[in-house]
Design a protein around this ligand. Structure first.
Ligand SMILES: NC(=O)c1ccc[n+]([C@@H]2O[C@H](COP(=O)([O-])OP(=O)(O)OC[C@H]3O[C@@H](n4cnc5c(N)ncnc54)[C@H](O)[C@@H]3O)[C@@H](O)[C@H]2O)c1
Length: 271
């Protein structure tokens, strides 16, 4: 019989969470640390990232901060080495860092499109590449592991004025499945899954609503918000709602879950 009380614990494990300075990433760091993992918090926002670490440590967690731009491969090599040097292991990668930009496709510049792919897609490719090298048998960490990638409902359905973002989150969804299947075929002991939130109350969630005004698709923020909330059957989500899903996928409770897409949207895409 399984010990379900331990299935969701991460004691003795080490995690790297990108974009952990604020929003969903900070909540994920808190969830993993409370479950017992040591957490390397990375972000380009140094003061906010250090504040996340201070909060985790104040609550008795083990955590460190590293400045990391997720678009840069050399910085991924450094971050991968840092989690192993700091904690002696590398078991969990959460590819959370991301950006959102809004433009009608007729006005969307190629630079804007490429920047979103760099932050949201190159990052996930590079993070998985270096995590798989490190976590696979014979790698610098070598115990297998769990990778969780932040996609979005925007990786499944479309909305106006966000072609760059949808492209990036759709790519994350399928890069997850491709890497999951490859890791299983190679018996590397690494599971890879994606999570797909709808609008969550963060800086990005606020911007997504405000974009509709900027683009002239809604007269003001209150109207834009009311319109967006109306299509979310349970209202907007909270960072902790996503953090709980990531915790599950990172834990041994999800031992047989691989290549899956966990939708966390209060029912938005169920209709
Ligand atoms: N908030 C939502 O409504 C929502 C919905 C679905 C999916 N998501 C996804 O969840 C993830 C987190 O979103 P959030 O709402 O917390 O956003 P946020 O803007 O509040 O936080 C994103 C974090 O990523 C960091 N970041 C951005 N570019 C970076 C770079 N180049 N290198 C390192 N760090 C970088 C930012 O500094 C920030 O701390 C993103 O991948 C986002 O696409 C968000």
């Amino acid at each position: 019989m399984s010990d379900y009380s331990k299935a969701f614990r991460l004691d003795g494990k080490a995690a790297l969470v990108t974009g952990g300075a604020r929003g969903i990433g900070a909540a994920i760091c808190e969830a993993l640390a409370q479950a017992g993992a040591a957490v390397l918090v990375t972000d380009v926002l140094e003061a906010e990232g250090q504040a996340t670490v201070a909060k985790l440590r104040a609550a008795g967690g083990k955590a460190a901060f590293l400045r990391q731009d997720v678009t840069d491969e050399a910085q991924w090599e450094a971050a991968t080495a840092a989690v192993i040097a700091e904690f002696g292991r590398y078991d969990i990668l959460v590819n959370n860092a991301g950006i959102e930009t809004a433009a009608l496709i007729a006005n969307c510049t190629l630079d804007d499109f490429k920047r979103v792919q760099a932050v949201n897609v190159d990052s996930v490719f590079l993070g998985m590449k270096h995590a798989v090298r490190a976590m696979s048998p014979g790698g610098a960490a070598g115990h297998g592991g769990a990778i969780v990638n932040l996609s979005s409902v925007a990786g499944i359905i479309g909305t106006p004025a966000h072609v760059s973002y949808h492209s990036s989150k759709g790519a994350v969804r399928l890069m997850t499945k491709a890497t999951a299947i490859e890791c299983a075929a190679l018996k590397s002991g690494i599971r890879v899954n994606s999570v797909h939130p709808a609008i969550v109350e963060t800086d990005m969630g606020d911007k997504f609503v405000a974009d509709f005004v900027t683009l002239g698709l809604a007269p003001d923020v209150a109207t834009a918000r009311a319109g967006m909330e109306a299509i979310h059957p349970m209202g907007f989500g909270r960072p902790a709602d996503v953090a709980c899903a990531v915790l599950y996928l990172a834990s041994d409770a999800a031992r047989w879950v691989n290549g899956s897409e966990l939708v966390i949207d209060g029912g938005l895409t169920a209709a």
